[in-house]
Structures are given as C-alpha cells and as structure tokens.
Design a protein around this ligand. Structure first.
Ligand code: G4P
Length: 526
C-alpha cells in the first residue's frame, strides 16, 4: 500500500473528560470492538487514585503503566485507529494539552448526572483554539441523570460548542430503554441488567412506525416522537464540513460500562472523523501526502524507577514515511540521528516498527536529546508551531540546596523542563529562577527526581503570582514604559520570551487597561 492509501486509513484522536466521567471505560470498549483486546479490564486505568494524591511515587508508578497505554491502535472497518491517551488528573493537565496538539479529532465524554465539569471546560477550550473536530458522548445513561435538553444546553453554553444530536435517549436511569440512532435510523434497545450481552438493534426508518409502540410502549414512543420533533426545530442538521471545521459537534448518548451506544459512536466516527491533517510550520504548511518524512515531539515520558531509567520521546508523524534505521535531521540540534528501535503501540503491546505513516505515533528511545516541540525531518529546516506552553497555575522560587552541586542542578532542571514537567522563568531584575507548574504535586516530583537522577538538591520559596502572560506589543514606547513600571514582575521563559507574572487578576486587568497597545496571552504562541 502506498503512502496515500496508508494515510487515508489513519484516524488519530484523543478522548477527553473530567476524571470519572468514563474515559477509561469508553477507551476499553472501543478497543473491544476493534478486537485489540479480548476482555474488559485489560486496559489499566491511568487514573490517579484519590488516595494517592499525596504519594507521588505511587502516582508515578501508575503513570508508568500509562506509557503502555499512551497510544492504543486498532483496526476497525478498514481504518487504522490510534487513540492517544490523555491523563485525567489535573496536575498533569499540561501533558494532556500537548497530547491534543497531536490528535486530528477528539471525543469528549460527559457524565449525564454531573454535566460539564471544570477539567472538561479547560480541555475543550484547548480544542476550540485549534478548531479540532469534536464528537460528544453523554455517558452513564443507565443512571438517573439530567434532562437531555437541559444537559445539551449546558454543554453548548459552558463549552461554547454548537451541537447536533445524532442519537437520542429513550428514558433514563431506571426508565432507560435505549437510544434512537438518528445517524443510522434505528433503535437500539437496552437489555436491562445483562451487562455481558450486546443489546438488540432494530431498524426503524420511520419513528411513526406503530411497531415502535409495541417495543418500547406507547407512552415512551409518543414522548420520543415529540422530543425528536423538538430536536429538529432546536438543533441544526448534521453537516460533515462544519464538523470538520470544528463548528458543529455530533452528540451520542450511551453507557460505556454497559457497552451501550459505543458501537454507534464508533461507526459514525470512522465515517466522519478526519484523516491526518496538514500542519503549519514556521516556514510553511506541510501536507501529510508529501513524500518526505517530518514529525514533531509532543510528549516525553521518563521512567523514574531507578532500575529502568529511560525516556521515550513520542513523535507524531506529519508527512511522508518514517523508516527504521534511516538518518533523520533533528532540526533544533542540527544533528542527524538514526533510530534502530522505534516502537509503535498496539493496545497494551509495544513493538518495534519498520515504518510508520502520517497520523501514527512512534516512540523513540531518548537519552536527553529531545525537547517537547522538536521537529525531525529528512533535512529541511522546519519548525512546527502550535505546541504552546500554557500559563502555569503555581509558582515557586527554586534555590540550590547544595552549593557543590550547582552544575547538576542546572542540568537537571534543564532536562526536566525539556520533558515538559514544569516551566522555568528567570526574573529579569535579579536572575532568580522560578518554577511554574499546573499542579502542586509537580514540585515534589521535581525535587525527588533532581536528587535521584541528577544528585542535586533544591528547596522552594513561595512566589506569589496569578498567571504567566506572554506579552505581545504593538507599540514600542508603551512597551518600554510597561517594562519600567512592571520591572519586578517580568521574567524570561526558557526560550528568552518576555513573560509578565501578574500577581492577581485585578492587577492583570488594570495593566491591560493602562497598556492598551500590549496584549497579554496565557499561552506562549499567539
Ligand atoms: P475516567 O477514566 O474518565 O476517570 O473514568 P472511568 O472510565 O475510570 O470510570 C469512572 C467510574 O465510572 C468507574 O467506576 C466506572 O466503572 C464508572 N462508569 C463508566 N461508565 C459508566 C456507565 O456507563 N454507567 C455507570 N453506571 N458507571 C460507569 P468506579 O467505581 O470508580 O471504578 P471501577 O471500580 O468500576 O473500575
């Protein structure tokens, strides 16, 4: 098969949700349908157990498990599907944001009882920024939940999405009977308590067919007819082009745990989800069908178990064919590298690959050469964009606690930042270093890893900041005035870009008002 056929087969996506909405369960059911696993329970949840939040070693152990499930590939209806795993724990949100730079579409899982939760809001915002096509799966219909119309209303308002239901629930909780599938025009009936058996699917081309009353009862059938009519009036009809532009999101209802509504979602997904997309580099737009290989690093996973210390750089292939033992150009380093054991991932198995295509993810053993965002090519000077850093939520000064080990500390911090564990800012006034993280947990991880991997010791001191804002200027005079006035709050990020460490939302708003020719961005690319 040639490059074009291979890439047209690929569907690379991520599932995002607030923890506990059912991401792991849904992933597992998709793998079951794809034949990638034979039984439920085969996919280890990379969910970090609530009891373990103070024990980061335990978390790291669980994160270790998640390397195996970082990418899960399977074939379904002639398509090669790659699911990219996204950590649910909020302290690892930055990992998830970056993984979203490597997907071509996403499925958002929403708990029917809990509705839209905070983590989902943040993740969808990142997808919207990139106009990623989104499908929504409303999960746990076997439980008492919210009214479907109210819930969709909330999803539209809180997530800022335009929805288009392609299935509709018949009852809910105890009354839940099944879903009407508007995409395939049939009714799938739920077989109550029998969780092992697949439910029954009956084709109905017309919802007014009296046979429907016979199956679900007249009351439920009438209500369904009424709701479907309302639906047509309220929601736009499905247009694939709008979905592909990220402007319209199909919605499916079901219960992942009970294997219900999942296959409908998957059947629709393989028909509508986008194949690998072109990607912007600073120099030009790169098309997946170009014959020359290029790709970028979106994630680096380090194993902190001292017996198996290793790093894997995850590369998303953007164009051409990646081949084993072939020299590729590491653009930032200006070096040519060969990889003798690149791995791909099939469910929980890892294996060495000879070649991989756009949309695929390969894992490259890394000895510290890679940094998030690095580009590999066949020689062209390309720098992929759209892999930004986001403003951290926590900030602390980092001090050297062992003066004899300052070199080790600098190296350790440098490498951990390359991995994307946290972000380093250097205050412009005095050169003091500040580490910014998404979750407080990262500080413990950094301290531990510096000591065990680099033999360095650090201590922290509080630094009060609300957000890190990357500054864009449209007026030099104003920029100079801003720099003078806010000197104490200015820092450089790892790449030398100027960052304003605003100490409160209020001060940020006041600053923005005063300096109206400057723009303060919460992410490093704008
Ligand atoms: P996450 O990855 O999004 O964090 O969620 P996960 O799939 O781990 O699911 C969270 C909990 O919700 C699990 O229960 C899971 O069994 C349950 N769940 C998932 N889908 C459904 C559904 O359709 N209906 C119902 N009723 N429950 C569902 P748990 O008790 O936390 O874990 P476990 O002991 O079952 O593994």
């Amino acid at each position: 098969m040639g490059l074009l056929e291979e890439l047209k087969k690929r569907r690379t996506f991520g599932i995002v949700s607030h923890p506990d909405a059912g991401k792991t369960t849904l992933t597992e059911k998709l793998l079951l349908f794809g034949g990638a696993i034979q039984e439920a329970g085969a996919v280890k949840s990379n969910k970090i157990k609530k009891t373990a939040t103070s024990d980061f070693m335990e978390i790291e152990k669980q994160r270790g498990i998640s390397v195996a499930t970082s990418v899960m590939g399977f074939e379904y209806r002639g398509k090669q599907i790659n699911i990219l795993d996204t950590p649910g724990h909020k302290d690892f949100a930055e990992d998830t944001y970056r993984t979203l730079t490597a997907v071509d579409s996403v499925i958002v899982v929403v708990d029917v009882a809990k509705g839209v939760e905070t983590q989902t809001e943040k993740l969808v915002e990142v997808c919207r920024m990139r106009a990623t096509p989104i499908m929504v799966f409303i999960n746990k219909l076997d439980r008492e939940g919210r009214d479907a119309f109210d819930l969709l209303d909330e999803v539209e308002k809180k997530l800022g999405l335009r929805l288009c239901p392609l299935s509709w629930p018949i009852g809910m909780g105890k009354e839940f009977q099944g879903v009407y599938n508007l995409w395939e025009n049939n009714v799938q009936l739920f077989l109550g308590n029998n969780k092992q058996k697949m439910s029954e699917t009956i084709a109905f081309t017309d919802v007014n067919d009296p046979a429907l009353d016979g199956r679900i009862g007249s009351k439920a059938a009438d209500l369904l007819r009424e709701e479907l009519e309302l639906l047509q009036g309220v929601y736009p009809s499905f247009q694939k082009e709008e979905y592909l532009k990220g402007d319209l999101c199909p919605v499916f209802f079901g219960s992942a745990l009970n294997n219900f509504g999942v296959q409908e979602l998957l059947n629709c997904f393989v028909e509508i989800a986008p194949e690998p997309q072109s990607k912007a580099a600073e120099e030009r737009l790169v098309l997946p069908e170009e014959s020359k290989f290029s790709g970028f690093v979106f994630k680096i996973h380090a194993n902190i178990d001292p017996n198996h210390r290793s790093r894997i750089a995850f590369v998303k292939i953007v164009s051409g064919v990646f081949e084993r033992n072939t020299p590729y150009f590491h653009v930032r380093e200006g070096k040519t590298l060969k990889f003798s054991s690149p791995t791909t991932f099939l469910a929980s198995k890892r294996s060495v690959v000879d070649c991989a295509y756009p949309g695929d993810i390969v894992g490259l053993p890394d000895t510290g050469l890679f940094r998030i965002g690095d580009t590999l090519t066949e020689g062209e000077n390309l720098h992929y964009t759209g892999i930004p850093s986001f403003s951290p939520e926590h900030f602390r000064f980092v001090n050297n606690a062992d003066p004899l080990k300052s070199k080790q500390l600098a190296k350790g911090i440098d490498q951990l930042m390359d991995e994307g564990v946290a972000q380093l800012f250097t205050l412009m006034v005095n050169g003091r270093k500040i580490i910014g993280t998404v979750g407080a947990l990262q500080y413990e991880v950094i301290q531990y890893r510096l000591e065990h991997e680099y033999g360095a010791k650090c201590s922290y001191e509080p630094f009060s900041a609300f957000k890190a804002c990357w500054v864009e200027s449209f007026d030099n005079a104003q920029l100079e005035e801003f720099k003078k006035l806010k000197q104490r709050y200015l820092a450089e990020d790892k790449y030398g870009k100027m960052v304003f460490l605003a100490d409160s939302l209020f001060s940020l708003q006041m600053t923005q008002e005063k300096f109206d020719k400057l723009v303060f961005h919460m992410k490093s690319e704008f």
